[in-house]
Design a protein around this ligand. Structure first.
Ligand code: MIC
Ligand code: SF4
Length: 644
């Protein structure tokens, strides 16, 4: 039997377990990345591990999320990360250099290598043929220290692409179609692998748009072959030497196959408040638009920006629309400045933002009350824009730009006529002057770590209790995101290294009284529905509940990264054996987990007692040998120290 692309890479990197679907495997990690919103914590954890120098082939620390500096906090954190990077062998991408995933694709990504990043959109690297996963900060810290990264050996979904995108139809419309078909939980436990004749019609940045939003499917990762198109991109980045061919064997076996004819796709939008709530632009055409934001790690490449500039050239954005544009990297920004496209954007009335995540993570540009915001981003979760009742639609840059001109949802295929040809330049503008290399080993000792007053110790974990008796302090529904659990945005993000402060906002979108009630209860249990913890990789969505005394989370099903973040934090992740048993618990009920330690140690079924209703509810812990040991030890940090 032949191998898929993912299997080929996994086979080369597996260091623990065997390539058997559904079992836990440990893989060697070649590259890591962090961003600043998760990075401060990841580097504090790395320091706590006591490793002098990273053991990866390449580790890069990016500053791209917390770039609004309305107090000392973010600037202090940037300096902290910069100094840790210098000391411990990590490349440092300075603020202003761009969004981690865009820059990594341009300057560091290598086909066939493994990459983990403390950001859920790390699978962007799949566009260049990497096996790239989003992970919690602690997992990234462990990988920097040379430890393996553990995942459930995934199933593979093959997306077979045929045909060619029509004029003004975009890679974004491809992934929106995949989201329509598979939904936000359709990718859990799976790798989405793209193949077929249509692949060669897509450039690397277009492929990266598609793999980027594989995160919204809940997938372990998404990956494209590495072919002559990949080579051309790497050549234009002055990095042809790292190219290697990667393709699936003809007789590779897939668990599911989806066919998409690119020629048949039409512009689409993900409607509020979920990336899988898909409608065609035709259905929405004519509806009023208040704001348009173009950028983010999904759609901020050179070609995206050139298309937008061509659409806006010589025109003015509609008087009722606020248009903001953030190029994805300094390379893109600089090239737009050099070729005059930036001037077209400025002349059309675009509010040009620095190359960073910006509005995507609620760092400015929150829409007006109830405002309709068209964004080329990847997430439209409720409240994420910073405006509680903002209505965010996820669209392609083409749709965004066309609609910015008319002030209403506009189908670019109808409004814009024939599309001029857009091609990847033969040579990108290469200037790595904003990437600071680490200090040489012999000078590392002299590097001083610059720690600001905003950095507070992270919560200490203790070995798992023998029994847990605690109230269900909160009961939530399906598809709870980590943005619900630990919101982001300009006001809160500066405190990512200050868990006590952050804790006041935990579950704020669902119930503002939760933090106080949890504190009062001392110990608590959270109850949830399906796909609990989807979205961001932020381990704060586990560390903050830990700080507030949450001992266990009982749900119908978990999203992958959040489940491992809970285990890493020493919080017990449990699922109902019968999903309908969710109805047997009401918020406030007293729950009991007896002899939980020995049940887990000895692989015995776990029983949850609802003491208030006098009911017994079977639940699954479903832990592998390693995650069992991590939980018993009280989290990954304790476990790693024990191992050392
Ligand atoms: C996001 O898109 O939600 C973020 C902000 O990039 C997060 C990371 C974070 O919360 O810092 C992610 O995707 O992992
Ligand atoms: Fe940044 Fe948004 Fe991408 Fe997250 S999804 S990395 S916030 S641009």
């Amino acid at each position: 039997m032949g191998y898929t692309i993912a299997e080929k890479i996994l086979k080369e990197h597996i260091v623990d377990g065997e390539l058997k679907k559904g079992t836990e495997i440990g893989i060697r990690i070649d590259q890591t990345l962090t961003q600043d919103a998760t990075g401060t914590m990841a580097y504090l954890e790395f320091e706590a591990m006591g490793v002098d120098r990273v053991k990866t082939e390449r580790s890069v620390a990016y500053i791209d999320h917390n770039t609004l500096q309305s107090g000392f906090e973010n600037a202090d954190d940037h300096r902290f990360i910069g100094s840790v990077a210098k000391k411990h062998g990590i490349y440092f991408s300075r603020p202003g250099n761009g969004i981690c995933h865009q820059v990594h694709l341009e300057r560091f990504g290598i086909p066939g290598k493994t990459l983990i990043g403390s950001d859920s959109h790390t699978p962007t690297g799949g566009g260049i043929g990497m096996f790239a996963c989003g992970a919690g900060g602690l997992d990234v810290a462990v990988a920097m220290g040379g430890g393996a990264y553990y995942i459930t050996c995934p199933q593979t979904v093959r997306v077979n692409l045929t045909g060619k995108l029509s004029d003004w139809v975009s890679a974004k419309d491809v992934i929106l179609e995949v989201l329509r078909v598979l939904t936000v939980k359709g990718g859990v436990g799976k790798v989405i692998e793209y193949g077929g004749e249509g692949v060669k019609t897509l450039t690397v940045p277009e492929r990266a748009t598609i793999t980027n939003m594989g995160a919204e499917l809940g997938a372990t990762t998404s990956i494209f072959p590495s072919d002559e198109v990949t080579l051309a991109f790497l050549k234009a980045q002055g990095r042809a030497d790292v190219w290697k061919e990667l393709k699936a064997d003809d007789d590779a076996e897939y668990d599911k196959v989806i066919d998409i004819n690119l020629s048949e796709l039409k512009p689409a939008a993900a409607c509020p408040h979920s990336p899988d709530n898909i409608k065609s632009i035709q259905e929405l055409a004519g509806n009023k638009v208040d704001q348009v934001c173009i950028g983010s790690c999904t759609n901020s490449s050179y070609l995206d920006m050139m298309k937008v500039a061509a659409i806006l050239k010589g025109k003015t954005c509609h008087p009722d629309v606020s248009l903001s544009i953030a190029p994805g990297s300094k390379q893109v920004f600089n090239m737009l400045a050099e070729n005059g496209a930036l001037s077209d954007l400025i002349a059309a009335g675009a509010r040009i933002l620095e190359c960073a995540c910006g509005p995507c993570i609620g760092m400015g540009q929150s829409p007006n009350s109830g405002g309709i915001s068209l964004r080329t981003f990847n997430r439209n979760f409720e409240g994420r824009s910073g405006t509680a009742d903002g209505q965010v639609y996820l669209v392609s840059p083409e749709t965004a730009a066309a609609s910015a001109l008319t002030g209403v949802f506009t189908d670019p295929t109808e409004a814009l006529g024939k599309m001029p040809e857009f091609t990847i330049p033969e040579k990108f503008l290469i200037n790595d002057n904003m990437i600071v290399p680490p200090a040489p080993v012999e000078e590392a000792d002299k590097v001083e770590i610059l720690r600001g007053p905003n950095i507070k110790p992270f919560p200490v974990t203790t070995p798992l209790d023998e029994s847990i008796a605690a109230p269900a302090v909160l009961k939530v529904g399906d598809n709870i995101t980590t943005d619900h659990i630990m919101p982001a945005g300009a006001k809160i993000l500066p405190y990512r290294s200050n868990i006590p402060y952050l804790s006041q906002f935990c579950f704020g979108v669902c119930d503002t009284t939760f933090p106080q009630r949890a504190m009062e209860a001392g110990k608590s249990i959270v109850v949830g529905g399906t796909n609990y913890g989807q979205g961001s990789s932020r381990e704060h969505a586990a560390l903050v509940p830990l700080y507030l005394g949450v001992k266990a989370v009982v749900v119908k099903s978990f999203a992958r990264i959040h489940r491992s973040n809970l285990i890493n934090a020493g919080i017990l992740p449990l699922t109902f054996v019968h999903e309908s048993d969710y109805d047997l618990i009401d918020q406030g009920d007293e729950l009991e987990l007896s002899d939980i330690r020995s049940c887990i140690e000895n692989d015995q079924p776990v029983v949850l007692k609802n003491a208030t209703k006098n009911l017994v509810i079977p639940v699954n812990a479903d832990l592998s040998g390693r995650s069992k040991d991590i939980l018993l030890a009280g989290g990954l940090l304790n476990y790693t120290k024990q191992q050392a």
